[in-house]
Design a protein around this ligand. Structure first.
Ligand code: 0X9
Ligand code: ZN
Length: 509
């Protein structure tokens, strides 16, 4: 029996909201429209379309178009390409599959499909129960509708304080693969905790994972509107990734509540962002933040609201390049980019975690990219992608973890060690994904995607303190080299700049 006919029987017995929510998108099209300049773009966006790259730049702009708006688009003689002529179909197919799937178990088949919030909560509970020496769950805060925003903290026994890296996902409700990837990373860390380089990393850093920043929106995508983006403020929603306090309300954020990029009534007006802000401010050990989104296959870094580079541009761009290289080792093509050069997005999370909380901060935009074939477009993606994308995120995060865990002496190097044994992005991806055999047996965990990166990031540690444990034992090899073996003699300069910036910003508080 085909999936569709199986679904028809289920429907006949019990009309399901999962299917009903597909009808919301009946005859909605995903199109790319050519808007060559700012004027054309403004006219296009005035048509009440849903940009899938919100606040897009001139060029080919991906949009969801409802059947009501479709005639005006045609009447406007726009050049356009239809990528999907009925989004209800992909949502319905996904709904049919989801209705037949099993909840999945930790350590079992959990990553063969996506999961409801209840299933995720159960999985998190089982994770902590199964790894009590490694993991704990803390409540970050509550959403508008009273759901708990949970943080999973992962760290093995070791000296504290140690540097911390925070991973956030699911700010945007429809970006399910960001949530699954955050959970996958947690799963990898636990199931592979005995591997020497992972054990060393778990002893050297604390990893905090907030897999569902926007639980109300996430639940709503399961029950009502699969392509919902914002939180559920007043049923209209605020874009939490425009609600953070650096550059709030500026370019790329809207003050119109109906807009997909509505910034809210004030910076941190939303309980989801406010809770995270307090959580991050209270954790002095944090050194880096990765905010996970989909889609576009990009690694973005601050600023995202200013057409200026940051004081740490060399470090941020070099690390973003290393992250993108590591993520690209599986066949896709991730591009590093300063956020504003994608489009301005004032009030986004990483501008605040970098600019106010002084973390080295990155946004990952996961699969697909904008050139993917029709069937792979957008937020509704095949479950077979979950593990594949998770491996990419793990590989990219590994670069950040190595940077956080590596000692900060200028001139320190990292040609050996986990994740960089052959000096190219592919090796980093391989190792981070699963091939522990590729680890440099003489090295530790600290071999990273570029010692300049490591130096700069670790410089964010309180008072220049460094980590203990095996991560500090990386084979330094006496050469200041990046993953490709390129000399980075400006490492010492990065360290000085990063330390100076930290002192300056701290003094200003
Ligand atoms: O617009 C966003 O919030 C992010 N993209 S998404 O498609 N996931 O919604 C990107 C924000 C990153 N920053 C900048 N573009 N400046
Ligand atoms: Zn997003």
């Amino acid at each position: 029996m085909s999936l569709v006919s199986a679904w028809s029987i289920v429907l006949a017995l019990d009309p399901d909201p999962v299917q009903a929510r597909a009808e919301v998108y009946r005859d909605h099209r995903l199109v790319e429209v050519w808007a060559p300049d700012g004027d054309a773009l403004a006219r296009l966006l005035a048509l009440q379309v849903d940009p899938w790259q919100d606040t897009p730049r001139p060029g080919w702009v991906p949009l969801r178009v409802s059947p009501q708006v479709w005639p005006s688009l045609l009447a406007g003689a726009w050049s356009l390409r239809v990528l999907d002529d009925d989004l209800a179909e992909s949502v319905a197919q996904e709904g049919a599959r989801l209705a037949l799937r099993t909840p999945g178990q930790a350590g079992g088949d959990f990553f063969t499909d996506f999961h409801t919030l209840d299933e995720i909560d159960a999985w998190l509970d089982a994770y902590v129960a199964g790894n009590p020496e490694l993991a704990s769950i803390t409540e970050v805060g509550s959403s508008i509708e009273g759901r708990t925003i949970r943080a999973l903290r992962i760290a093995a026994a070791g000296d504290d304080p140690r540097p911390g890296v925070i991973v956030t996902a699911g700010q945007h409700a429809r970006e399910w693969v960001s949530v699954s990837s955050a959970l996958y990373v947690a799963d990898q860390l636990a199931t592979r905790a005995a591997e020497p380089e992972i054990a060393a990393m778990l002893a050297a850093v604390t990893i905090t994972i907030v897999p569902v920043v926007n639980p109300d929106g996430y639940v709503y995508t399961w029950t009502d509107e699969r392509l919902w983006r914002k939180n559920r403020r007043d049923g209209i929603g605020v874009d939490t990734n425009r609600n953070w306090g650096v550059g709030w309300g500026g370019e790329g954020a809207s003050l119109d509540p109906a807009a997909e990029n509505y910034a809210g009534s004030a910076a941190f007006s939303e309980p989801e962002t406010e809770a995270l802000r307090e959580w991050i401010e209270a954790d002095d050990a944090l050194v880096a933040h990765v905010d996970v989104h989909s889609f576009g296959e990009l690694v973005l870094y601050p600023w995202g609201h200013l057409y200026e580079v940051t004081d740490d541009d060399a470090t941020l761009s070099a690390t973003a390049t290393d992250i993108a290289d590591a993520m690209s080792a599986f066949g896709e093509d991730y591009t590093p980019l300063q956020g504003v050069n994608l489009y301005p997005a004032a009030g986004n999370a990483i501008d605040w975690t970098y600019g106010a909380a002084e973390l080295f901060a990155y946004t990952m935009e996961l699969r697909p990219n904008f050139n993917a074939p029709e069937a792979e477009q957008g937020f509704v993606i095949a479950p077979e992608q979950i593990v594949a994308v998770g491996d990419e995120v793990f590989a990219g995060l590994w670069v950040v973890l190595q940077s956080a865990a590596t000692p900060s002496e200028a001139g320190d190097t990292s040609t050996g060690g986990v994740g960089s044994s052959t000096g190219d992005g592919a090796s980093s991806g391989d190792v981070a994904a699963s091939s522990t055999g590729a680890a440099d047996s003489s090295g530790g965990t600290g071999g990273s995607g570029g010692e300049g990166t490591s130096t700069g990031t670790t410089a964010a540690l309180d008072d220049g303190s460094t980590t203990s444990g095996a991560a500090a034992d990386a084979d330094t090899g006496g050469c200041s080299c990046d993953q490709r073996g390129t000399a980075r003699p400006w490492a010492a300069l990065w360290l000085l700049l990063a330390l100076r910036r930290r002192r300056v910003t701290r003094g200003a508080r």
